[in-house]
Design a protein around this ligand. Structure first.
Ligand code: NDP
Length: 241
C-alpha cells in the first residue's frame, strides 16, 4: 500500500501492531499519542499529543494535514474506565467520550478535506466487543457504541467521495490495557479465556490484519460496517472487552 496513514495510539498494543503492518505494506505512518513509539522505522513519524485536549488534538491534526497527503486514518487510541454502574462517574464518562469519540471526530474533520480532494480515503475506528454490552463497562461500552454510530453516519456522508469508514471491534486482546485488568496466570484471565469460543486471547496482530484489510484500496465496497475480531465472543455473548 502506498500513501500516508495516521494511526493514533501507536505507542503500544494494537496501535503499535497496526503501525508495524502498515509500514511493512509500504505506507508512511504518522503516530499520534503522548509517548514516542517503541518501534523505529525510516517511514515512521511521531507527533506527541494528548488527544483528550481539544485544541492540542485539532492543532496537531491540522498541522499534519497541511504537510502530508493523509489517505488513511486509524482512530485507535482508547482507554477503559471499568466499573459497575455504582462506580461510574460523570468524569469517567466525559474522559471516555473525549478520548474514544471526540478525538476521532476531530481527526476525521481534519483529514477528510484532503481525502475528498483526492477522491479516496480510508478510515477505521477502533470500537470494542463491549459495545454490545459487558458487565462493569457502563462508561466504556457507551463510548465504543457511540463510535459505531458515528462510523455508520460518516459512511453515509462520505461514501460518494470515495471515502470508506468502518469500525473494528476487538474482543479480549493481550495488550497492556488488557493485562492490567487480567494479569497473566490469574484466575480472572482464565475465566475470560474459558468464555472465548476459540479458547485464547487475541493478539494485536489479529486486529492489525483486519484493520489493514479494511484500509486496502481494494476494500472500497465495504463501508459503515463493524468487523468483530473477537474469537467469537460477539456471537456467544460472553467475555470480551
Ligand atoms: P493500550 O493501552 O496498549 O494502548 C492505548 C494507546 O492509546 C496507547 O498508544 C496510548 O498512547 C494511546 N492513548 C491513551 N490515552 C491517550 C491520550 N489521552 N492521548 C493520546 N493517546 C492516548 O491499549 P490497546 O492497544 O489494548 O487498545 C487499543 C484500542 O483497542 C483502544 O481503543 C481500546 O479501547 C481498543 N480495544 C482493546 C481491547 C483489548 O482487549 N486490548 C479490546 C477491545 C478494544 P500514550 O499512552 O502514549 O498516549
Amino acid at each position: 500500500m502506498e500513501g500516508t496513514a495516521v494511526v493514533t495510539g501507536a505507542s503500544s498494543g494494537i496501535g503499535e501492531a497496526i503501525a508495524r503492518h502498515l509500514l511493512d505494506s509500504g505506507c508512511t505512518v504518522i503516530a499520534l499519542q503522548r509517548r514516542p513509539p517503541r518501534i523505529q522505522h525510516a517511514r515512521l513519524n511521531f507527533h506527541a499529543v494528548d488527544l483528550v485536549d481539544v485544541a492540542a488534538a485539532r492543532n496537531a491534526a491540522n498541522e499534519i494535514a497541511s504537510r502530508h497527503a493523509v489517505r488513511y486514518l486509524v482512530n485507535n487510541a482508547g482507554a477503559n474506565r471499568p466499573g459497575m454502574l455504582e462506580q461510574a462517574t460523570p468524569e469517567d464518562l466525559d474522559y471516555a467520550m473525549a478520548l474514544n469519540v471526540r478525538a476521532a471526530m476531530i481527526l476525521t474533520q481534519a483529514f477528510v478535506p484532503g481525502m475528498r480532494a483526492a477522491g479516496f480515503g480510508r478510515i477505521v475506528n477502533m470500537s470494542s466487543r463491549a459495545a454490545m454490552g459487558k458487565t462493569g463497562r457502563t462508561v466504556y461500552s457507551a463510548a465504543k457504541a457511540g463510535l459505531i454510530g458515528m462510523t455508520r453516519t460518516l459512511c453515509l456522508e462520505l461514501a460518494a467521495a470515495g471515502i470508506t469508514v468502518n469500525a473494528v471491534a476487538p474482543g479480549p486482546v493481550a495488550t497492556e490495557l488488557f493485562d492490567h485488568g487480567h494479569p497473566p496466570g490469574g484466575e480472572k484471565r482464565q475465566h475470560v479465556i474459558d468464555s472465548i469460543p476459540v479458547k485464547r486471547v487475541g493478539t494485536p496482530d489479529d486486529v492489525a490484519r483486519a484493520v489493514v484489510f479494511l484500509l486496502s484500496p481494494d476494500s472500497g465496497y465495504i463501508t459503515g460496517q463493524t468487523l468483530f475480531v473477537c474469537g467469537g465472543t460477539s456471537v456467544s455473548g460472553s467475555g470480551g472487552e
